[in-house]
Design a protein around this ligand. Structure first.
Ligand SMILES: C[S@@+](CC[C@H](N)C(=O)[O-])C[C@H]1O[C@@H](n2cnc3c(N)ncnc32)[C@H](O)[C@@H]1O
Length: 215
């Protein structure tokens, strides 16, 4: 079901349990995210906009990378989750990160950002290319654009052994996200999305955390 913007309704829900899940998920992705930002050239002193900042995990990484001379603004349409993000930033002693509630595409956050970033957020926007086109208006000329998105369709072929139960779980996962309207292959669509938004061809990496049962 879509919201009034035409966006998919956020697939994973909005309660405390879902926020805790998001924080746990971050432990899987944070290493890759940090690498992405380092490779993209995010450095000390920069001003960065984190789109769809959730419980703050991406902003916390950025706050460390840009240091006390830099500034991070995290924007999320879910005002409640930002309370968690603010507490976490305070506990980490980070004074260079601020969280604002609103739709990142339209909220007035000022301009002249050195970098525009987001993780697992374009997949929840009705028209990711149009969103990116709006969002890059907040960047200074030659600013950095760095997004990390997933492709759930690849899960179909990634489990070993390839058991019927695992395949069923993957199909259920895909069905839930597809029915919510989320872009399940957003990661693989990033190239087209960047080009349609009028950006130069992006440098893309495909990376994934992998694991297995301990027994
Ligand atoms: C899967 S969570 C990812 C959170 C965080 N980026 C992370 O990786 O831990 C996606 C977040 O994007 C937010 N979101 C989705 N569309 C948004 C929009 N148009 N503007 C601001 N936030 C948005 C959701 O509320 C949600 O908190």
């Amino acid at each position: 079901m879509n919201d009034p913007n035409g966006d998919p309704r956020y697939t994973m829900g909005r309660d405390k349990e879902k926020t805790d899940r998001l924080i746990q998920q971050s432990r899987l992705y944070d290493g890759l995210t940090r690498q992405l930002f380092n490779d993209a050239g995010i450095r000390s002193g920069m001003k960065v906009l984190d789109v769809g900042s959730g419980a703050g995990d991406v902003s916390l990484i950025l706050a460390e990378l840009v240091g006390s001379e830099g500034k991070v603004i995290g924007v999320d349409s879910n005002a409640e989750i930002l309370e968690t993000a603010r507490v976490r930033a305070k506990e980490a002693g980070l004074a260079n990160v601020e969280f604002l509630a609103g739709d990142a595409r339209t909220l007035d956050v000022g301009g002249d950002f050195d970098a525009l970033v987001g993780r697992l957020v374009l997949m929840y926007m009705a028209d990711p290319a149009a969103a990116l086109k709006d969002l890059i208006q907040r960047l200074r000329p030659e600013g950095i654009v760095a997004f990390e998105e997933t492709d759930f369709t690849i899960y179909r072929s990634s489990s070993r052994p390839d058991t019927p139960l695992m395949n069923k779980l993957v199909e259920w996962l895909l069905a839930v996200f597809e029915r919510s309207g989320a872009h399940v292959a957003m990661g693989s669509d990033l190239y087209r999305t960047f080009v349609e938004a009028g950006l130069p061809e992006p440098v893309l990496h495909f990376e994934a955390p992998m694991g297995g049962s301990e027994t």
